[in-house]
Design a protein around this ligand. Sequence first.
Ligand code: XMP
Length: 319
Amino acid sequence: LWTPAQIIEDQIARVREQVGDRHVLLGLSGGVDSSVVAALLHKAIGDQLACVFVDNGLLRKAEGEQVMETFARHMGVKVIRVNAEPLFLSKLEGEADPEAKRKIIGNTFIEVFDEEASKIEGVDFLAQGTIYPDVIESAAAKTGKAHVIKSHHNVGGLPETMKLTLVEPLRELFKDEVRKLGVELGLPYDMVYRHPFPGPGLGVRILGEVKKEYADILREADAIFIEELHKADWYHKTSQAFAVFLPVRSVGVVGDARRYEWVIALRAVETIDFMTARWAHLPYELLETVSNRIINEITGVSRVTYDVSSKPPATIEWE
Ligand code: XMP
């Protein structure tokens, strides 16, 4: 039987064998898979690993800082942080179609990553957090939105111009095994056991056109929701929970004045496989606290709703 420690040891040996004294590039997203690859490769080859973290402006609150804190500061991993928010937002301007938005975000990621990669000299390998289900998924039908993005970020192959060999140390592992490796490698528990976050990020949680104003509001609302879920000990009882920005104006009364402001929807689900899901029966008191905080603390939001739709037919994400 394999233990996480043995898998790590085995993978370290394999990576050293494959890479020798050459250099490896990794796209670090802050998600579990790429984080575990970063920790593993750092342990295996130290300074021969360079990571690129692309901030697309569609990340959760403080996500970029957390990535830099964990990897750059604590572990001493070489991480290049690229602030690509203005580029992503300008490319998304005027686009309201969900699949078109996904494509723009995926393609822009590749463009930015490619450009950063070309600035780093002497790189021969590209590391990826491909896990076993990704391999299966991309071998199967080439449909489904999750696949489209995964194909950009993971198994779909490299941009033509990048002549790099792949390093994929998690290719044979399932998610729960990857998490155990992460803990064994010393990554923070909260990072390793975080809810999944889609590649296009807040881009598909802002319905229709993406704007910085919307993303900023959504980030705050989402952070309040997640913070209260943790406080109430409900975070780990849900499989995925997040806020959604609805670009509609709903009326609110402040003093004698009527104000038309944005609406935030809360979504929390319980699921095993993410193919079907039940909306989480969160306590009313928790929903009340979250709603009050969002409305009181965030300018521009006057109404909060809770999504009570199960999948199918309602997908987990709203787009
Ligand atoms: P749905 O909304 O299809 O989501 O019920 C199922 C799971 O997939 C995630 N998801 C995505 N992940 N790129 C991703 O990397 C995407 O475009 C995408 N769309 C949905 C979703 O967050 C949920 O965990």
